[in-house]
Design a protein around this ligand. Sequence first.
Ligand code: PFF
Length: 445
Amino acid sequence: MSISRDSFHSRIGFVLSAAGSAIGLGNIWGFPTNAANNGGGAFLFVYLVVTLLLALPALFAEIYIGNQAQKNPVSALGEACANRMPRVGRTVGKIGLCGAIMMLSFYTIVAGWMLAHALSAISELAGLAELSAWLSSDSTVRNIIFTPVFILLGAAIVHQGVHGGIEKWSARLMPLLLVMLIGLIVYILQQEGAGQGLAVYLIPDFSQVTDPKLVISAMGQAFFSLSIGVGGMMVYGSYMQKDKDLGKLVLSIGVLDTMIAFLAGLLIIPALFVAQHAGHEIFNNEELIGEGQLIFQILPALFNSMGTVGLIVAAGFFSLLSIAALTSTISSTEVPVSYLVEEKALSRRKATWLVSFIVLCSSMLLVAFFDTLFGLVIRVLTTIFQPLSCLFYFFVVGWIWNRGNKLTDKSVLDKNIYLKLWGNYLRFVCPVLLTIVFINVAFIA
Ligand code: PFF
């Protein structure tokens, strides 16, 4: 059956959409918190090295598989493994669909918190103090309301298709995100105490860079941040015309993602020290206060101390996080949607609602058993699922996939020394590096 596929209409549309997928809660919240918890500058340094050596090659492999196949991740992996193990390829593709649902089940909950906090600031501005207090305090009822609201927002965009929905919205929302981030940085850097935060963030203590805990955190952060390992980037790659300059596009996505993470650090870490300067407790036994508390207690307290301006800043900050989460959510949702549309002949509308319903059920399961499941799902996804998927992508691109793969085609490689080096890097170095890290994760984490 041949179905005419929707696609990105421009290279910039693809880059912005893929960067929209990469840039999310992981960058704006996860990265600065991890950096603050793991030595600031030392973490930043290791993160950059790991991104360059491993995460970017994995991103390339994932996008390359999707781009060559021009099909959903299940078919794309099935085709790439067609000669040697077609069933394994498709099965891994299907497991990837579960990874995308897993990611969405916790991500939409956290995104719902961001939405609630943005609305809390707005309702306080509107003089609705009681509503504002309810919106900013953690409760199961709030989760039950805001998680579905967020899922609906994502579904509304995915439902409109690749060009009309994903490409259009990512191209609008991404630049807005950058502008808001820079505005907030300019504001925070003028506050007292910001200089100390800046020094912690930008001056690395090189004695810490070999700390295994730091390296593992940086690795997990880099994989999650670049959205690799659940098929989100593979499906976006499949919506772009086959392109010779894939390397350049992948590099642009990596640069944008890393730049936003870096800027988020430039906002959050000085903000922590500004909060400390204002008398707030930010460290607990030399460890930074946990992620949840940090964002939902210290920062709103800081914003509150700024009066009405602070409310505007709070609304801007949490809207920024909601926007970033939305563009990441739509790429994960697209993974199972593309499979259902192309292989099960469902309409995009039906597929979107079906997937959203499954995500809703799994996120509600997490809400119901929050203490047991929430952290566990995040850990399993980022420290086991994503690294293993990437290892598989490296094997596919380097060893298994022959037909149509220029990285295993001897006649192409013999003519192009750079391609040969790149192919060998993906074939030998990446799997070994990743295996070393994975073993470390298993034994140390
Ligand atoms: N990269 C996103 C973030 O940093 O928040 C998270 C993510 C999105 C992971 C999409 C995986 C994915 F498929």
